[in-house]
Design a binder for this molecule. Structure first.
Ligand SMILES: Cc1cc2nc3c(=O)[nH]c(=O)nc-3n(C[C@H](O)[C@H](O)[C@H](O)COP(=O)(O)OP(=O)(O)OC[C@H]3O[C@@H](n4cnc5c(N)ncnc54)[C@H](O)[C@@H]3O)c2cc1C
Length: 396
């Protein structure tokens, strides 16, 4: 039985573990953190990604684990609603989709579904990889050593192990930093995704969740590099300084920085000329992060896992990796093509820019302008046009 090491247990890793495990592979998943991470907000699962969830038998569970978000609105300094778009109907429509699930909840569902087919190791990570003589010798931080037929890195945007295989890869920064916080829910909250433009390139949002808390983001345009590598307390300092004079619920979010765990990222994309070397392949954000601004990261991760597993269970690794890349690359290229003006348009710098965005949002959400709303939705429609291959895959 061939064996595989998958590094990273968020979305791409567990999805791959499931499909390979079902296909008769001996699967080990290693995750750097001590447990599944529950940080972050809702993720978009659309088009082909939704189909993968369906084929895993998880669609009902994912819908049942939804956040209960009913729509999206733009608010002013005092929280007054300026524009409102209700939840979309199909799996590709609207700012608020019909499947709105927290990344952590989706990760848990994928993990639980794959757990009977894979061995999970938490709190460890790869420190060395030696691809030779028909296998990969892996050394772990915890001291273990093991040989695998194939290694797949699904470690996200800032994958460190990727450096061992593709030295010097740096994500392309998009000029926007984002902090995701989970904060206490108060009576001032509702079940809408509320957006507030604070000017000076800053935006804050609040979203309901299904765990009794509120998911907040603070995002800001910046040319500064390396903020994602600062300590959490230094990142909190940067956020306080950047948002010190912002109105609406921003002071409440800043207050929560002392107690709420948060996830900070410098949004970026990963564009690589190849996604594998020898017996080691990259998957999901580690290979082709499209950024949260694309709304496609989770969909690409799920789709890539499905395609890669289908190939590995039917072909030798070299042909499988080549085919995985041939099938996925055009889809990834479309998904990484962000609408012009992203992220600046949603983060206006001047009062005039803020007023213009609010006016545009009012127009886009008014009943006669539903067509315009479709044009302004976050997901680039062409990127959804991907038909999942019907490979003789396990589990179907
Ligand atoms: C905590 C967290 C919160 C997020 N929040 C959002 C959000 O709110 N909105 C959004 O659009 N996207 C969010 N994302 C990103 C989103 O999950 C991905 O864009 C998408 O789902 C693709 O997933 P992925 O599995 O490829 O990568 P990721 O989801 O980034 O997962 C990578 C996994 O690999 C693990 N890992 C990293 N390095 C190592 C290592 N050296 N060894 C072993 N394991 C390692 C990480 O801990 C993580 O579990 C978040 C990611 C994380 C990790």
């Amino acid at each position: 039985m061939p064996n595989v090491l998958v590094s990273g247990a968020s979305v791409a890793g567990p999805a791959l573990a499931y499909w390979l495990g079902r296909g008769g592979w001996d699967v080990t998943v290693v995750e750097r953190f001590e447990r599944l991470r529950d940080g972050g907000q809702n993720v978009d699962v659309r088009g082909a990604g939704r189909e993968v969830v369906r084929r895993m038998g998880l669609e009902d569970a994912a819908l049942a684990a939804g956040t209960g978000e009913t729509g999206t609105e733009i608010v002013d300094d005092s929280g007054r609603s300026l524009a409102y778009a209700p939840q979309g109907g199909g799996d590709s429509d609207g700012w608020t989709a019909d499947m709105e699930i927290l990344r952590g909840e989706l990760s848990r569902l994928l993990h639980d579904r794959s757990a009977e087919h894979a061995r999970y190791v938490f709190g460890d990570e790869i420190t060395a990889l030696d691809d030779r003589d028909g296998g990969v010798d892996v050394t772990f931080r915890g001291g273990g050593q093991e040989r695998f037929d194939v290694v797949v890195l699904a470690e996200g945007l800032s994958s460190r192990t990727r450096d061992l295989v593709f030295p010097g890869v740096r994500p392309r920064h998009l000029g926007l930093c984002m902090a995701y916080l989970t904060i206490p829910r108060t009576s001032a909250d509702n079940d809408r995704w509320r957006w507030y433009q604070a000017g000076a390139g800053r935006t804050a949002t609040l979203r309901p969740d299904n765990t009794g808390t509120i998911r907040a983001t603070l995002s800001f345009l910046t040319d500064a590099r390396g903020l994602e590598d600062l300590t959490p307390s230094d990142q909190a300092h940067v956020l306080r300084r950047t948002f010190h004079d912002a109105a609406w619920e921003v002071p409440r979010v800043l207050d929560a920085l002392d107690t709420a765990p948060f996830y900070f990222e410098s949004t970026g994309q990963v564009r690589l000329p190849a996604w594998s070397r020898g017996r080691i392949a990259l998957l999901g954000d580690a290979a082709y992060c499209a950024s949260p601004l694309s709304g496609m990261g989770t969909t690409l991760a799920l789709t890539g896992a499905y395609v890669l597993a289908g190939q590995l269970t039917t072909n030798p690794h070299a042909a499988a990796f080549a085919h995985y890349e041939r099938v996925m690359r055009p889809y990834v290229v479309k998904a990484q093509h962000l609408p012009p003006g992203t992220p600046r348009l949603a983060h206006p710098r001047t009062p005039l820019g803020v007023r213009s965005l609010r006016t545009a949002a009012k127009l886009a959400t008014s009943p006669p302008a539903r067509t315009l709303t479709r044009l302004t939705r976050r997901v680039p429609a062409p990127a959804e046009k991907f038909t999942l291959p019907d490979h003789p895959s396990p589990g179907r």
